[in-house]
Design a protein. Sequence first.
Length: 197
Amino acid sequence: MTNDAPPRIGDLLRSAATRATPFIRDTADTALGSPTPCAEYDVRALLNHLFHVVVNFQALAAKGAVDFSHTPDRLAEADWRDRFAAETGQLVEAWSAPGAEEGTSGAMGLPARTVGFMVLLDLTVHLWDLARATGRSFEPDPAVVAELVGEVERMAPMAREMSVFAEAVDLPDPGRATAFERLLATTGRDPRAVREA
């Protein structure tokens, strides 16, 4: 008898955090002013955004209220790398708690599991943004990507309507693209892009 239950959000987030946290920790202070593939963010703003997401989605796991109207500068503190790691650990715990994936969460009343996938997506694609901005490579857990691909395709129309995603990027040979490249393209990122010297 096989267990066909989908992976739990907490487990997927734990895997994503295992790769994201050391990658962010290794981001040099000298890179904080570098541009990223997200036109509205340099590296510092991107990291502050991701930090803010990690903190607020802890509350969403508990069906609490959040405020995304202002993003504090958490990188102003000298120990921000340690604090990011600690907050990401708390995010994993929050989404691993009983009931976190049940019911609805957030002001839009979305299914809690969909909300969990939103923060999982941020912890995946924004690491690619950071890699491109800092001249590094980033490979997410294939199991995380496999779960995200279908979910992101489902949420893409709403995300584009809300200007969260840009229009999808056409890949020259979709059949040969990796799952991660297809995921990036769906969010409006060009996986062939490289950081300009």
